[in-house]
Design a protein around this ligand. Structure first.
Ligand SMILES: NC(=O)c1ccc[n+]([C@@H]2O[C@H](COP(=O)([O-])OP(=O)(O)OC[C@H]3O[C@@H](n4cnc5c(N)ncnc54)[C@H](OP(=O)(O)O)[C@@H]3O)[C@@H](O)[C@H]2O)c1
Length: 441
């Protein structure tokens, strides 16, 4: 198409929308050099008109409270959805695509739930649906998987992709403070939402992981079939015992092609070797390690959220859409969502994985307890790599028993844990945390 300027419409002018408008307006020269076309911010829709514009300067008629002035506007070429949620956003994106507009979104929740349908619609209408900012904010991991690693079979990817959880776990490691105390502090500092469930229960990381594994393995896995576990049960004791054993606990999103040629997709707290680079990703930062068969191990690190880092990724997507409008690029979507796509691999359910485990049980402090537990582990073909027994608690004569296993089957481990927790000498439910030794760096 011969077009020297391309009109952009924003749906949503909150944290990310404001950042996008700032970049579009302040970097227009740089963008037109990179895009080969001029991008014009034509309309911005939000629910209520703002009293202040936060120093962002655009004509008054640019702002509207009517989203159809963006979605159905024949002058707009690229619609940027930054409202969040899954209902209105799905409707607006669907309409924009059917109106022949290229779409950019940062909405992982929407794509995790309705990605298949929206990508197919985009494919049918020959428009692009770009989503770089949906995962790991400013880190260009979507484009990397989609384009830079297109010649690789991805062997594994490990992501620290939820800044809230990483902040909380880092503070627990550094400050020796309990989960609940750190969560409150994170909420006060704006690192955690007032309702943090989506983050601390692992669902936000799972939504992002599904996007990454769809790109890496061409597989659109159903979210209900992947194992998702948050960080709410991690105690200060676990943090300290992990450290004694040479590990750091992180919420890790894992996609891994195993020896049975099926893909493990799981999110859970994970013990990582203390010297690994991923274990040293602190605060609210994100990192994704990708291991490709040709490229080998790679690591991407940066800010996973926030106004300007996220806006940087959104504007890169707008530029890409601009290039596809002028015919510079193929606008087709990832093979994961293509109507002609056939996944080459199957999903490995959590019961079928094999890994190493950290077990912490509170046990009665008397002879023979370790023998009972190790006998159950032995019956389930789980061998012990190391054991730490901590002194008794003065009040109730219990002690903490920490066991690290060699590689074991998850199914066997779950059976063993049921039997261990049913022993009279074991108090309450034991803690079970998976260990990843081979995170490449
Ligand atoms: N914030 C981040 O760091 C970050 C990072 C990565 C991805 N994301 C994703 O980016 C998206 C936007 O996040 P955000 O933090 O910018 O959200 P936000 O600050 O809450 O802003 C949302 C904006 O959307 C508008 N809006 C909501 N529903 C609308 C509707 N039905 N019609 C028109 N406008 C509507 C709101 O308008 P009113 O203000 O008038 O209500 C507001 O301007 C989300 O999908 C989020 O998951 C955010």
């Amino acid at each position: 198409m011969d077009k020297s300027s391309i009109n952009v419409g924003l749906l949503g002018w909150g944290t990310v929308g404001t950042g996008v408008s700032k970049i579009l307006l302040s970097q227009s020269g740089l963008i037109s050099q990179n895009a080969g076309v001029e991008l014009r911010l034509k309309k911005i829709a939000k629910r209520t008109l703002p009293a202040l514009r936060d120093g962002v300067d655009f004509p008054d008629d640019c702002l509207t409270t009517d989203p159809s002035e963006v979605v159905d506007n024949p002058e707009i070429d690229i619609v940027v959805e930054l409202i969040g949620g899954v209902t209105d956003s799905r409707d607006f994106i669907g309409r924009a695509i059917q109106n022949g507009k290229h779409v950019v979104t940062a909405n992982k929740a929407l794509l995790a739930e309705h990605g298949g349908e929206l990508f197919r619609l985009a494919d049918e209408n020959r428009v692009s649906l770009n989503f770089e900012a949906s995962t790991a904010g400013g880190i260009p991991i979507i484009k990397t998987l989609r384009e830079s690693f297109a010649a690789n079979r991805i062997q594994s990817l490990y992501g620290i992709i939820n800044g809230t959880c990483n902040y909380i776990l880092s503070q627990m490691h550094e400050g020796g403070v309990d989960f609940k105390v750190v969560l409150k502090e994170a909420q006060a500092k704006g690192y955690a939402e007032a309702d943090p469930t989506l983050d601390i229960e692992g669902h936000d990381a799972a939504q992002k992981l599904l996007l990454l594994t769809a790109l890496a393995y061409g597989m659109n896995a159903p979210s209900e079939h992947i194992h998702v576990e948050g960080i709410t049960k991690i105690t200060q004791q676990d943090i300290q015992y992990a450290r004694e054993l040479g590990y750091v606990i992180k919420l890790l999103a894992i996609g891994k092609l195993n020896s049975a040629k099926s893909v493990e997709i799981r999110v859970h707290p994970t013990l990582l070797p203390m010297q690994s680079l991923l274990a040293n990703v602190g605060g609210a930062f994100n990192a994704v390690c990708v291991i490709g068969d040709a490229v080998g191990p790679t690591l991407f690190y940066g800010q996973g959220a926030g106004e300007m880092p996220t806006a940087s990724a959104v504007v890169a997507d707008i530029i890409d859409a601009g290039k596809s409008i002028v015919g510079d690029r193929d606008s087709r979507v990832s093979r994961a969502w293509r109507t002609d796509a056939k996944p080459e691999v199957s999903l490995c359910l959590i019961d079928d994985i094999e890994t190493r485990y950290y077990i912490r049980s509170v046990v009665q402090d008397k002879p023979g307890v370790l023998a009972q537990i190790s006998s159950i582990l032995g019956e389930h073909r789980i061998s012990i790599a190391s054991v730490i027994q901590k002194e008794r608690y003065e009040t109730d004569e219990t002690a903490s028993l920490v066991i690290v296993t060699h590689m074991a089957s998850e199914k066997n481990m779950q059976f063993a844990m049921k039997e261990i927790d049913a022993l009279d000498v074991v108090k309450g439910a034991s803690q079970l945390i998976r260990i990843e030794e081979e995170v490449a760096f």
